[in-house]
Design a protein around this ligand. Sequence first.
Ligand code: IMP
Ligand code: MG
Length: 175
Amino acid sequence: MTSKKVVLSQQDIAARVAELGGEISARYEGRPLVLIGVLNGAFIFMADLARALSMEVALDFVRVASYGMSSSSSGTISLSKDVELDVSGKDVLLVEDIVDSGRTLAWLKDFFSQKGAASVRICTLIDKKERRQVAVEVDFCGFVIEQGFLVGYGLDWAERYRNLPAVYHLEDPAF
Ligand code: IMP
Ligand code: MG
């Protein structure tokens, strides 16, 4: 039997996203930014974050094929959807729901650097620092949460729960 416990309320998330928007806007000092969301998980966070930024923003998305229905990412990463925007010479901010092993974002950071972006930074709603296996610098982080499997506000378990407005800890998921 699976049960859920709230770890981040809608209010917690809204307040922190507003702060992050301020931090990011200040850091780029008004320069235009290309936001690249990692599908599917980042779609809700990206929508809220984009509206909290004060500079001119272009948006695009990638989709990474590696995670599937399992609870940790595999070693092999490839894109099932690339961006359509030309990012060369642009400041890119990768927007992710959660960083776990770090493999996905380390790979994406390298991928966009190779496309010739002027800078590639990372913004994640949640950082599960304790579980990091690949070193990756997170530039902007909403919350650090050490434990457990989280769902809601874009985060899924087997494509379920993405639409929940808060973030929950999934207790006893039947992996
Ligand atoms: P990483 O490559 O291990 O850092 O994988 C990050 C990806 O794993 C995220 O984009 C999520 O899709 C997924 N993930 C990791 N932890 C969780 C979680 O607690 N809930 C939902 N998805 C997760
Ligand atoms: Mg994801």
